[in-house]
Design a protein around this ligand. Structure first.
Ligand SMILES: Nc1ncnc2c1ncn2[C@@H]1O[C@H](COP(=O)(O)OP(=O)(O)OP(=O)(O)O)[C@@H](O)[C@H]1O
Length: 749
């Protein structure tokens, strides 16, 4: 047991601390680098030159050593405590971003730091955070002095570990505030005593809103790691609310491998003349030099075959696989696990509970295995033992996202490899990556080594009915993820061979995709609107375009895609794919009958009759004796006429009622679907974002119902039943009339 320090020892420590702080302040102030200057351009210090405070023995003049341009941590004006923490962590030489940014950050300037992935940005802000509070003699009674915000919980956890390790000789209290953990009430009790908060935006705002007396008014330093992500639209409201509660007078540091320069973003954070330090801006490549990057064409329906083959041939590697949605991750993980590839499999996505997420993250840090993940693992994570391969099965949404994903390998001094699967319709992405200084090599997939897995998946889906549901959800969320992508040059859901894709997941039937249906319909309508409007809605006119012709027309439209693909130089795989596109007119898109619209303003119960000269006559005039000019009516004819009219009126009346019922039902259904669509979109958006915060709230929300047409009972929901009703109701008018007539006849007989 350590003996309590005596009062004198404590006093001595305090005095030493005070002197050190004085020295550090003097050193920092006197040797401040000029604003706008990049310390990397300075020569390193001579190894034997004196450091810190230098007193000229003859004149007694006090000066300080230069710290801008320092290449080693001990040459910096930082406390002994931090130096000890760094040394124990094995950190001696600084990386480029640390050399460039630390001198500016230590003198309290706002920083915009950009450097390649894995280049050591974390220490570039952790050190100034510790040093600022140390020099301010921050204590427990001073409350929150620094806040570090990260977009994901895993990254926040990792930053917290670095802070704990480098700051282990300091006396600050630090807390990790991330969503999804049960202990929010315990956090609330302690959060006011913490000096440094490492948090995700959602949880920080939760404390700002809910924790009594939570006070950040004394905040000294705010850090946004992966700043561009935190500043983007997904976190906009949360971040604005957080910043509105922080004092304006503070130091703010933003770091990312893909930094924002948007004046608007910077204004939102009230940065004061920030130092923009982009150490790799002049570099030939935007990604780490030791990273070997490849891309290959893989048609959508062969992605799983390719992934399976890849895993089977890399059983001794550590592989990180990116897919676009939680549902896809779940399905591929569960399915491949059942097929036992011979390497441990793991999965990580935003809808898992927090303990499990953290557990998976640390397990993957340790061993060789395959981790299927959404973009929740794409930023910042530094898996201890190097990742050998990053496999992007689904195309990243943009260049920045690609850079962050591949950045999970080849970190610091280690090497790594990555492969990107691109569909023929996504080839534009390759151009974009190459234009952004990413040295990506285009290779041809070796189809001979492809091990098809779709057959095995079909068998799995039969054996495990739950899997069918997962496959259906994966199918729909993937299509939705493509549908909602902003970059329409790369992502076009209408070009996807959806039937083949569905079959490749082992599904016996293509699930019904409502949003695709609507998109397809609106495409058809816009292209043929004038024709359709005059023809298809004209009930009286029998020359309505037959459905088959519509189908042929649409297939012809897809021929445009085919030409486009061939022009793009993707002949070998493209050819195969174009035929797929042509053939893949999803049943759900075309076979749905076009409802016939009937003008409700059509005059009912009145009939205008024309004579041979084209003059109008009253209906009864027909019954008159035209030859004699006598308009007296024949009684039999009159009776016959009335009978006929009664029948006609009844029929029309019946028809009206049917139409009215149908209209009301459609109206109700539309409202219901609108509500459901809202709920499902929320769920799927969360599903795709994979970021923290939202997932927690979403778990509380009701799971939205599914809309599939599968032959499994599992997929059959209320909505399906409503759908079935809807389809039954949308029988053609001719059928309705027939029905009405039958009813009428039965009434009369
Ligand atoms: N000066 C250093 N000396 C030795 N290792 C370092 C140094 N700085 C950082 N590292 C190591 O380099 C790795 C990457 O660092 P870090 O996670 O900070 O990179 P990053 O630039 O933040 O990456 P990303 O952009 O992906 O978030 C870590 O394992 C870290 O321990």
């Amino acid at each position: 047991m350590r003996r309590p320090k005596s009062r004198t020892v404590r006093k001595k420590h305090k005095e030493d601390e005070f002197q050190e702080i004085e020295l550090l302040n003097g050193w920092i102030e006197s040797q401040k680098p000029e604003s706008g200057f990049n310390p990397l351009s300075l020569d390193p210090l001579q190894s034997k030159s004196p450091l810190g405070r230098i007193v000229d023995p003859r004149s007694g003049v006090v000066s300080f050593s230069r710290y801008a341009g320092a290449r080693k941590f001990y040459e910096l004006p930082i406390s002994k405590r931090t130096k000890n923490g760094l040394e124990e962590g094995g950190f001696k030489k600084m990386t480029d971003i640390q050399v460039a940014s630390l001198p500016h950050a230590l003198c309290g300037r706002d920083i915009l730091g950009a450097a390649k992935t894995g280049s050591g940005k974390t220490l570039a802000f952790v050190i100034p955070v510790l040093e600022k509070l140390y020099r301010e003699r921050w204590g427990p009674e001073d409350g929150v002095g620094s806040i570090v915000i990260s977009p994901t919980r895993e990254l926040a956890g990792q930053l917290f570990d670095v802070l704990k390790s480098v700051g282990k000789y300091h006396n600050f209290s630090a807390g990790l505030l991330i969503g999804g953990r049960k202990g929010v009430d315990t956090e609330k009790e302690r959060v006011n005593e913490l000096n440094i908060l490492v948090c995700t935006p959602g949880r920080l705002l939760q404390h700002m809103d809910e924790t009594p007396n939570f006070d950040c008014s004394q905040l000294q330093v705010l850090v946004l790691d992966e700043a561009d992500r935190i500043l983007d639209i997904g976190f906009k409201k949360t971040l604005n609310a957080i910043v509105s509660q922080l004092p304006k007078c503070r130091q703010t540091m933003l770091f990312s491998a893909t930094q924002t320069k948007s004046v608007q973003d910077l204004a939102r954070l009230s940065l004061k003349d920030p130092e923009y330090l982009s150490v790799h801006e002049e570099a030939v490549t935007a990604t780490p030099n030791r990273l070997q990057q490849t891309a290959m064409i893989v048609p959508l329906d062969q992605k799983l075959d390719m992934l399976w083959s890849f895993i089977k041939s890399h059983l001794r590697s550590k592989i990180l696989v990116f897919l676009s949605s939680c549902k896809e991750v779940k399905f591929v993980f569960e399915a491949f696990k059942k097929l036992r590839p011979g390497i441990p499999l793991k999965c990580l996505h935003g809808r898992m509970n927090q303990e499990k997420r953290m557990g998976i993250y640390s397990q993957f840090c340790g061993s060789h295995s395959v981790l299927f993940s959404t973009d929740v693992a794409s930023r910042g994570l530094d898996f201890n033992k190097a990742v050998d391969w990053v496999v992007q099965v689904d195309c990243p949404e943009d260049v920045a996202s690609y850079i962050h994903r591949v950045g999970r390998t080849a970190r610091y001094l280690s090497g790594g490899r990555s492969v990107l699967f691109l569909m023929p319709s996504e080839m534009k992405m390759l151009e974009k990556l190459q234009a952004a200084k990413i040295p990506i090599q285009f290779i041809k997939a070796n189809s001979k080594r492809l091990q098809p897995v779709s057959g095995l998946l079909s068998a799995l889906l039969v054996k495990y009915p739950d899997m069918q549901h997962l496959a259906q959800r994966a199918f729909i969320t993937y299509l939705r993820s493509i549908h909602i992508q902003k970059d329409k040059e790369v992502f076009d859901v209408m070009k996807l061979p959806i039937d083949e894709y569905s079959a490749s997941l082992g599904l016996p039937m293509t699930p019904k995709v409502r949003f695709l249906n609507q998109k397809w319909k609106s495409k058809m309508e816009s292209e043929k609107s004038s024709f359709l409007e005059s023809e298809i809605f004209d009930r009286e006119n029998e020359s309505v375009m037959p459905k088959e012709e519509l189908l042929v027309e649409d297939v012809k439209d897809n021929k445009v895609d085919k030409d486009f693909l061939l022009k793009d130089g993707t002949q070998d795989v493209g050819e195969q794919n174009t035929s797929e596109i042509g053939d893949t007119m999803p049943a759900t898109r075309v076979l749905k009958k076009k409802k016939l619209k009937i003008s409700v303003h059509r005059p009912l119960g009145t009939r205008v009759v024309f004579d041979e000269e084209g003059n109008t006559q009253t209906p009864f005039a027909m019954l008159g004796d035209k030859k004699s000019g006598n308009v007296l009516l024949d009684q039999d004819k009159k009776d016959e006429f009335y009978k006929k009219m009664r029948a006609e009126l009844k029929q029309v009346d019946k028809e009206d009622k049917l139409l009215e019922r149908q209209r009301l039902r459609e109206k109700r259904l539309k409202q219901k679907m609108k509500r459901k669509k809202g709920r499902e979109e929320e769920e799927d958006e969360d599903d795709l974002s994979g970021s923290e915060g939202e997932s927690d709230a979403n778990r509380k929300r009701k799971r939205s119902k599914v809309y599939f047409h599968g032959d499994s009972d599992d997929g059959e929901t209320e909505e399906n039943k409503a759908d079935a009703g809807f389809n039954a109701d949308s029988v053609s008018l001719a059928e309705q009339e027939e029905l009405a007539l039958k009813l009428l006849n039965s009434m009369q007989s």
